[in-house]
Ligand binder design. Structure first.
Ligand code: 5AD
Ligand code: SF4
Length: 431
């Protein structure tokens, strides 16, 4: 989402005549787009701002801006402790960049705009994308789920969806610009809703656009995955058989405390349903360890669900208390040591599961979208399977952006290795 927002702001700045530079020393304007989801993300921004302060001392004309969730969340703290920051803009204020930069030419002092909007979805602002394979397209913004650990509903505001036509227009433009993969984005992507239709309707419309080789979406909430969506996913060849399905915890008491609205049993049934529609569907997840009050037994419940589902991939986090959220007020916070130990244990389980899931692919044929030279050597390509797993293959006559059938012959860590096959042979199982 933040990459998309940066591209959106980049598009605005280009219209104003600014050019992107990789040489930070020569920049006239530096915007940091920030995330508040965990404390560590905020620390990184604080450190980066300290570095930018040095640049500003050398070049007093340099303008420094803070965008996004931290701007929303910590505007007062930023203004008090970092007076050299010129501009603070929340995630719904990017349209005002033109006026703000004009104003700043004549006036000194910091400019702050962090008002959240019930309506802003940035229709008709095209992002400036760097050339590549995948184009991110934001389809909805905000979140109304209020998981008790999460700052997003406070920093990003209420849920609102873009119109189907605007999204289709943006996707068609991305195809014209040479992108072959589209990832639909939203804090809560599958609660997308407009009078014209819901998320499954939108996904089907996008799948019908000519020239899109692959479609992904992130991040859905398990509660809003329905059979209609799974039917559409199974029906269209260009919608990847891949779902990112955040579990967060395998303990029912903790899930309830997190306000996640499903039990571990319901989550497991959903996994079964997904596999019923798409037997080869890859599933990845997000998990938090050390949520307030989590006992050793409850943490073990998470390990059990993780081992049962055998996720292809997982993003794993230590719970990070976010001021203002409900969970930050719970008095039974878990100490850092315990959180660290649980995280390491979970990572070890998941490492084995990922490897096992990848090993199951050996002997199968995967469709790989060629994306770039492999780090291994210039004679090899790197590309991703439908299930989002990086795969290394020897170069033959294919090109970047081609989708090629690859016979998987090895799995190491989180990477697959294989060779392109000329014709699909009947005795191989095709994914
Ligand atoms: N602490 C740790 N992880 C968090 N996430 C969201 N909020 C927190 C928090 N306070 C994780 C969730 C979410 C992912 C994007 O970030 O797992 O799905
Ligand atoms: Fe945060 Fe996702 Fe929960 Fe929304 S659904 S509150 S974005 S974790």
């Amino acid at each position: 989402m933040n990459v998309y927002d940066s591209e959106l702001v980049g598009g605005q700045l280009e219209k104003l005549g600014y050019k992107h530079t990789k040489k930070i020393d020569s920049a006239d304007l530096i915007f940091l787009n920030t995330c508040s989801i965990r404390e560590k993300a905020e620390e990184t921004v604080h450190n980066k701002l300290e570095n930018l302060h040095y640049l500003k001392k050398r070049n007093p004309k340099l303008l420094i801006g803070v965008l996004g969730c931290m701007a929303q969340n910590l505007k007062n703290e930023i203004l008090e402790s970092k007076p050299y920051v010129d501009i603070v803009l929340g995630p719904d204020s990017y349209r005002k960049i033109f006026d703000i930069l004009q104003f700043r030419k004549t006036q000194n002092g910091s400019i702050v705009d962090t008002k959240l909007s019930k309506f802003e979805v940035y229709n008709d602002l095209f992002p400036s994308r760097h050339k590549g394979i995948n184009a991110w397209i934001s389809i909805m913004r905000g979140c109304d789920k209020f998981c008790t650990f999460c700052i997003v509903p406070f920093t990003r505001g209420r849920e609102r969806s873009r119109t189907v036509n605007e999204i289709i227009k943006e996707a068609e433009k991305a195809v014209d610009d040479g992108f072959v993969e589209i990832t639909l984005l939203g804090q809560n992507v599958n609660s997308y809703f407009t009078p014209e239709g819901d998320f499954s309707y939108l996904l089907e419309r996008v799948a019908k656009i000519k020239g899109i080789k692959r479609i992904r979406y992130t991040s859905p909430h398990p509660q809003d995955i329905n059979q209609e969506l799974l039917k559409v996913m199974a029906k269209y060849e260009n919608i990847c058989n891949y779902i990112h399905l955040p579990l967060q915890s395998g303990s029912d008491r903790i899930l309830k405390r997190m306000n996640r609205t499903y039990t571990s049993k319901e989550f497991l049934s959903l996994v079964d349903l997904i596999k019923k529609y798409m037997p080869n569907c890859s599933i990845s997840t997000d998990i938090i360890v050390g949520f307030p009050g989590e006992t050793e037994e409850e943490f073990n419940d998470t390990l059990k669900v993780v081992d049962k589902v055998q996720f292809n991939f997982a993003y794993m986090f230590k719970y990070s208390s976010r001021p203002g959220t409900k969970a930050s007020q719970y008095t039974d916070q878990i100490d850092e040591n315990t959180k660290q130990m649980r995280l390491e244990k979970l990572i070890e389980h998941q490492r084995k599961n990922s490897l096992m899931a990848n090993r199951k692919q050996i002997g199968k044929i995967e469709k790989v979208l060629i994306e770039k030279d492999s780090k291994k050597s210039e004679h090899f390509w790197s590309g991703r399977t439908e299930g989002n797993i990086w795969t290394v293959i020897k170069k033959t006559d294919e090109n970047i952006k081609d989708i090629v059938p690859v016979l998987i012959n090895d799995a190491q860590g989180v990477t697959l290795f294989g060779e392109k096959i000329k014709n699909r042979e009947e005795n191989y199982e095709i994914n």
